[in-house]
Design a protein around this ligand. Structure first.
Ligand code: ZN
Length: 84
């Protein structure tokens, strides 16, 4: 068992490198997606796009918001459900 770990350590290093590469890509994608928020013009609340409130929202009240700062500057408050 110990011997096997030693002989495969190089391979493990490569796997760790590949795993961290994939993780960084996933985090980056998640960051890019999370950079956009959805505001409700009626309730003056803003949400993550995947919030259940966004799906229930009237499309006429739906406002695309690029950043948290932008939402707050426009008088929106963070949703209590998705906590953006
Ligand atoms: Zn929400």
């Amino acid at each position: 068992m110990t011997c096997r770990i030693i002989t495969t350590s190089g391979d493990t290093m490569l796997k760790k490198f590949l795993v961290s590469f994939v993780v960084i890509n996933i985090l980056w994608t998640a960051y890019v997606l999370a950079a956009n928020y959805v505001g409700n013009a009626n309730t003056k609340k803003f949400h993550y796009p995947n919030c259940s409130s966004v799906r229930e929202m009237n499309p006429n009240n739906r406002v695309e918001i690029n950043s948290r700062e932008e939402a707050i500057a426009q008088g929106y408050v963070p949703c209590k459900r998705c906590k953006p």
